[in-house]
Ligand binder design. Sequence first.
Ligand code: ZN
Length: 207
Amino acid sequence: MTMERPSLYCSGELGRIFLDGVQEVIGGGDLHAILEKAGIWAAAGAVTRDEEDKPLSYEQFTALQQALEESYGSRAGHGIALRAGRSAYRYLLRQFTGQLGVTGLEYRLLPTPNRLHIGLQSLARTISNNWAGRVSVQETDSSWVWTLEDSPWSRQPAGDEPVCHFVAGMVQEFMAWVSGGRFYPVNECQPCEAAGCRIEISKQPID
Ligand SMILES: [Zn+2]
């Protein structure tokens, strides 16, 4: 528990989407074990669907990531979080269709670069609306840069490794989904910074 700073939360819906993504990668039984290990069994309503979605605190979010790394090893734990983020995009799309606004005909008829640009802004806004921090998007000639102010990951003690894999995975899946399956390199921060996470998305797909 952080003593100096108050706990921040992400919405119950976004928490559930994250847990659904993790479940898709490791299976329900293992997810239960991870939730127990992370000490957030109370959040299991998100899995059993017996209860209303409960907001996840940033501490719970990071405890979950830690439990994945402890159970599967650091490298595999990171890989699971990235793949969980990719899986979670489809749940996000279903849950927040209206907010995302990327399924309408008008949007789908735009040229791909416009769809990517508008969609990334919209995805950032949807995530901003569902957790305590803000996500802003800047554009350079070669990339889009997401800055996640006060994200769960930027509040972790500084380490050598990036830990914002979940969001990086979600962005990567979004890019693939919009572009009909192309792969756009997405670089996470190295490591996550207290000032905020920085995720860089290349405008150039790898073919
Ligand atoms: Zn980060």
